[in-house]
Design a protein around this ligand. Sequence first.
Ligand code: URA
Length: 240
Amino acid sequence: MPSERAIKAARQHAETSRLLGVDFLPRSTRAVSVLPRKTEAVAEATVPSSDKAGALSALRARYEQQSEVAKSMPGWTNIVFGDGSPDARLMFVGEAPGADEDEQGIPFVGRAGKKLNEMIAAMGLTRPEVYIANVLKVRPPNNRTPTPEEAALDGPFLAEQIEIIQPEVLCTLGRPAANFLLDNREAMGSLRGRWFEYRGIPLMPTFHPAYLLRSYTPEVRGKVWSDLQKIMERLGLSPS
Ligand code: URA
């Protein structure tokens, strides 16, 4: 009977191949040689720290009371604060909720969210193990890009989320999140694939999954996978 490790390696291989349409994962057991570390991380992540969970709840309550963006933005239904483990080693940061997220109050649950789930699975992680948040916590009308002013107003809540979670790695999805956290205006083409730091936390910008869906070419898929692999290496999720 195949071992649990072999089954997980095979599943990961199938998921990453499906995601990116390329055969890139090493087939040898080297690919899963770091799983024991990962297993420890999973065990930690499944026991949420009550302090962090409490701090996140308090922050959410403050957001509901104080966010100038939520007060002034027309037409949103639910605040989309964040989702995942307060003890996450990896935190993804997107731009702003879309229609599905606004309806459910959970980030990345629409088409782009499904692609993000595949990306997370391809890394050998599960969605409940990571934490996902956006720069803006309410949906801008017609899914327009947040203005820099809106990002500056809601951004401090994101900064506090990061401060509470203290992930080992941040991964920004798309340009607005990268530009906000890195405080620059650089284009994705020059940002993605490079390591940056946000308040001492390594940060890897990659393309937004919605862009990946729109430009589903081997080139873009390969770039995203290369960015994710860098994160996996950093977290000890793949062989170097
Ligand atoms: N796009 C984002 O940037 N965030 C979401 O939560 C959904 C789509």
